[in-house]
Design a protein around this ligand. Structure first.
Ligand SMILES: [Zn+2]
Length: 253
């Protein structure tokens, strides 16, 4: 018999199971990523009132047997009252944050700082405009906390600090960083401007709320392409939210 547990959590996604149940995946603060069955969730207004929607910040109560693949979700309370993601573009960006967390994590490996990062990022998106500096900072910090931190401070082979060099390089097929002397001459190795390298190093430690008011200026496109490539090395399937963002941004232009 398992004890009842409770944690703050963000709902990542859910799917239908049978006529009345849902299977939901959440990132919990205390127990990492969790997938559980919510019996009767399609009917129960009391135990699951609108609280299993993606991006919802909740307090979840659940039981989990050792080695069981599915937890048993007992109830879930919504913590924010209004729907902060009613705007389609905000919802799309929120889905992007959540989809990245889902793909870069496995269950039963709690990373406490990860919940804080996602919670903070959702708060930033919900409360104001979304900047490229914020998005890149989130991506780099997410990679760092999930164990995929790009080692961009020093050359992969000789360890010379890259910030001191006039030119450095990134191998986009391995996510490694190189000095001119050590780099290989293959198509996947591309130059990295000193200005971009410096910005990326700053973004790794930038509070997300501060990122909102910062601009990457002429570095924005190069930065987005690079973090996209670094993320892609660890993704197992295409991001649906990214397609949605491109549709929305494209239609607005
Ligand atoms: Zn080197």
């Amino acid at each position: 018999v398992s004890e009842s547990r409770s944690s703050l959590a963000v709902v990542l996604h859910w799917r239908s199971y049978g006529e009345s149940d849902k299977i939901a995946t959440l990132l919990t603060q205390d127990y990492g990523k969790l997938t559980g069955i919510a019996k009767g969730a399609k009917r129960s207004r009391r135990r699951f009132a609108n609280s299993l929607e993606p991006l919802a910040r909740v307090r979840v109560h659940f039981r989990q047997r050792p080695h069981a693949t599915l937890a048993f979700l007992e109830s879930c309370q919504l913590l924010q009252v209004v729907n902060e993601f009613a705007d389609p573009l905000k919802f799309a960006y929120g889905s992007y944050l959540v989809e990245l967390v889902d793909q870069l994590t496995v269950e039963e490996h709690p990373v406490r700082e990860l919940y804080a990062l996602l919670e903070e990022a959702l708060t930033v998106i919900a409360s104001g405009p979304i900047s490229s500096a914020f998005l890149r900072a989130y991506e780099l910090q997410l990679l760092g906390r999930t164990g995929y931190e790009p080692q961009l401070a020093a050359c992969h082979r000789c360890a010379v600090p890259l910030a001191q060099l006039p030119a450095s390089f990134v191998d986009t097929s391995h996510g490694t960083f190189w000095c001119e002397a050590c780099r290989s001459h293959t198509a996947s190795v591309v130059p990295l401007s000193p200005a971009l390298l410096e910005r990326l190093c700053e973004l790794r430690n930038l509070p997300l709320a501060a990122g909102r008011s910062q601009s990457l200026g002429p570095l924005a496109a190069e930065a987005a392409q690079l973090t996209g490539r670094l993320l892609n090395l660890h993704l197992t399937r295409p991001l649906r939210s990214l397609r949605l963002i491109h549709q929305l941004v494209g239609s607005a232009n």
